[in-house]
Design a protein around this ligand. Sequence first.
Ligand SMILES: [Zn+2]
Length: 134
Amino acid sequence: MILEIKKLMARAAYTGEFSFEYQPPQESILIPLCRIDGGVKVTGDYEIFENDEVEVTLKISYLLVGSCSYCLADAQKPVEYSTDVLFVTDKDDCDNYVYDGNRLDLSTAVNDALLFSQPKVLLCKEDCKGGKFN
Ligand SMILES: [Zn+2]
């Protein structure tokens, strides 16, 4: 998931949109007995500023499937999440993501968004009380 910032600037494409399909590693799924079905859809837009900083709006969506955290019945939940992040070229900046001014790799930001987006539990229904025959 790379944005070629130098090339985009050469084309004067200072703003634009992108979309990727992403297969996350299983260890990025925090809920036990769950997986992401069919990958993560990543879309968003970017704006490149004069100082080479890049503001990115990330939107991710995916389908979480697995066993209900309370009763182990089959469960699934569509998840959508969006976040604004800033990429800077100053390596000492600890508040933002850093890139080299040329190729901007969205992977870390997408992985972070994936972690933040996940619910703490996956439930078969809103009011599942647990127990096999509930
Ligand atoms: Zn349940």
